[in-house]
Design a protein around this ligand. Structure first.
Ligand code: 5RP
Length: 218
């Protein structure tokens, strides 16, 4: 089975967690694109979706799924999104698709976060995947210098502007043993909008697609 087929398996398995008449939080990325295809198959039984990116919004609308504004709803039962890495505590690195800030906002509102990944995303220690950090453009050099002090090798992602008009710095070379502390520490650097560590708000349920089908981790 290819990696993309494993992603598709995990994505379709997420449908079992979608309740009738619910509003569904939708993440961003290639795994989520499979989930949006799956969601389209039950679009008449849900109220709509809240999207985490312009990319996902376009695909949702194209498939006829109503897209609602987060500010117009008071609660969200479920959020479904992929990850770049996930550890045994269901903490994640996200932001490979540069959508981390909106993803973190929608995830914060949702009661349940269902993470859909292929088995290559499971790690013992987070950090082999460079940690994405969204920064206000005028602060990118300052933030990079602070990241060097923390032992990271910062690389400005060339040619990428986020949906919020900001830049992404990818922090290479981190071996993240205390994700909660690092998430907080990075957020305290002036100029950082969000970092891609999802430790304060980890996943609740992980669906791992592999050659043997999809494993559910609760
Ligand atoms: C986007 C993300 C994605 O969830 C993450 O990059 C995984 O993407 P993919 O499903 O394409 O492997 O955080 O900002």
């Amino acid at each position: 089975m290819t990696q993309d087929e494993m992603k598709r398996h995990a994505a379709w398995a997420a449908l079992q967690f979608i309740s009738k008449d619910s509003i569904v939080g939708v993440g961003t990325g290639s795994t989520v694109n499979h989930f949006i295809d799956a969601l389209a198959s039950i679009k008449d039984s849900i109220r709509g979706a809240v999207s985490s990116s312009e990319q996902s919004t376009a695909k949702l609308k194209q498939l006829g799924i109503a897209v609602l504004e987060l500010n117009d709803i008071s609660e969200l039962s479920i959020y479904v999104d992929g990850a770049d890495e996930i550890n045994g505590q269901k903490q994640m690195i996200k932001g490979g698709g540069a959508a981390l800030t909106r993803e973190k906002i929608v995830a914060a509102v949702a009661k349940t976060f269902v993470c859909i990944v292929d088995s290559s995303k499971q790690v013992a220690v987070l950090g082999r995947f460079p940690l994405p950090i969204e920064v206000i453009p005028m602060a990118s050099s300052y933030v990079s210098r602070q990241l060097v002090k923390l032992g990271a090798r910062p690389v400005l992602r060339q040619g990428v502007i986020t949906d919020n008009g900001n830049q992404i710095i990818d922090a290479h070379g981190l071996h993240i043993t205390d994700a909660l502390a690092l998430e907080q520490q990075l957020n305290n650097i002036v100029g950082v909008v969000t970092n891609g560590l999802f430790a304060r708000r980890p996943a609740d349920i992980v669906l791992v697609g592999s050659g043997n089908g999809t494993q559910i981790i609760k």
